[in-house]
Design a protein around this ligand. Sequence first.
Ligand code: FNR
Length: 348
Amino acid sequence: MAMVCLSDFEAYAKKYLPKIAWDFFAAGADDCSTRDENILAYKRIHFRPHVLRDVSMMDIRTKLLGTEISFPVGIAPTGFHQLAWPDGEKSTARAAKAMNTCYIASTYSTCTLEEISAAAPGGLQWFQLYIHRNRAVSQHLVQQAEALGFQGLVLTADLPYTGKRRDDVRNGFCLPPHMKLKNLEGAFEVCKMNHLDPSVTWNDIYWLQSLTNLPIIIKGILTKEDAELAVRHGVQGIIVSNHGGRQLDGVPATIDALVEVVEAVQGRTEVYLDGGIRKGSDVLKALALGAKCVFIGRPALWGLAYKGEEGLQDVLRILQDEFRLSMALAGCASVSEIGRHLVQFSKL
Ligand code: FNR
């Protein structure tokens, strides 16, 4: 099967993954309006390309908090990678390193942080944290991540409780007995998912800052008010995210929310985006609207389901090629030339 675009990997994953795993990866909350809107919203944005620019030499590199990556697409944190491929997050880490980009490893990984870090020594890895009711568990994970060489701490802020994903409820979704949430083993009953602390507030950013010297990136911001609070609490980065439409259904597409967040932040922290990135031109639109980098969630899982590390590299390579081509066709030879002038919102 020739894999030409990310939808080809999606079709493969849908065909070959066990239904319960496919449904878990695909799920959005309620009737999936936000999940679907994340993708549709890109169709309402059009390019304003500039022609007759010299695009014979292309530079698609960028920097994440000072560290260079080969192109502005990283891997968003998603849980349970062994549902997609036996080596799980170790394969993800290897693919990200091979493509010289950033991998955000989830608290809900099915490999330990040690295994993830050892799989890709020297690779750029951030650790994504869900704050546990038992704060000692979270403190240990943060400090372990820092000691292992993870270079950023991503606090996911949009999951005080898990959103209602209908297919997971219907399927009675639960990890198969041979898979474990290796970083939380013994800490809670996996299927109940009642271990997260819904009392977390902005003050807990100060608590995290007291535990670690890692830069803190807050994930799940959708409004200018929260962007301002994030900046005031001294975070180094913001990921505009609606959790792939898996949490509060009815929030806007991330590409639409990006605009107000970027305006509020005024360059005081880096702003990234995830949600609905399926083509290189989506990446270009997000950068034009002010994102420094984007992250992919489900497409990474489809790549893993296809061929593990190799499949994920294929996904990243296709996005990279499409991004380079879109940039060139829009008249930009380097990422620094991408700006707001490149896009317009259609009236539809
Ligand atoms: C997620 N996401 C997520 N986010 C997070 O902070 N920690 C996690 O463990 C998970 N787990 C997770 C599992 C699955 C199966 C999905 C689809 C998503 C959200 C993820 O980081 C990201 O916000 C979205 O996936 C981005 O949207 P796309 O790229 O999937 O459209």
